[in-house]
Design a binder for this molecule. Structure first.
Ligand code: THU
Length: 130
């Protein structure tokens, strides 16, 4: 694995420390790298009204977009667990908005996996020509 990817996983791990996950106990962090080379992070933020929980990936993407970024090369997701957390279906759709070639790295305490977003969500819904 490239050093840049390991750095991104490390940023996701640090973001996971900030997760607010009192209900599930799963602390998730995400770090997305823009094509300009900047890194933005997010963590999962749970809610007592469970369905209002927002995943780490969508919070990282929101941080990036609010800072003026719309082009991304890779996102790393880290969960501090033995379970592996590939992005949920909702996050796959949201990540597919900006690039179908986005690389997705998902890691836990023991494993690192990689895939392209278009492999994780073929035929994502788009309102643009792809
Ligand atoms: N979670 C994420 O942050 N990202 C995913 O892609 C899957 C699930 C969070 C939501 C919830 O806080 C916890 O993991 C357990 O579902």
């Amino acid at each position: 694995m490239k050093n840049d990817d390991l750095k991104l996983i490390d940023a996701a791990r640090k973001a996971a420390d900030r997760a607010y996950a009192p209900y599930s106990g799963y602390k998730v962090g995400a770090a997305i790298r823009s094509k300009k080379g900047n890194i933005y992070t997010g963590c999962n933020i749970e809610n007592a009204s469970y369905s209002l929980t927002v995943c780490a990936e969508r919070n990282a993407l929101a941080q990036a977009v609010i800072n003026g970024e719309k082009e991304f090369s890779v996102i790393a997701i880290y969960v501090d667990s033995d379970m592996l957390f590939p992005p949920c279906g909702a996050c796959r759709q949201v990540l597919s908005e900006f690039s179908l070639d986005l690389r997705v790295i998902y890691a836990n305490k023991n494993e690192i996996h990689t895939a392209l977003i278009k492999e994780l969500l073929p035929e994502s819904f788009q309102l643009r020509k792809v």
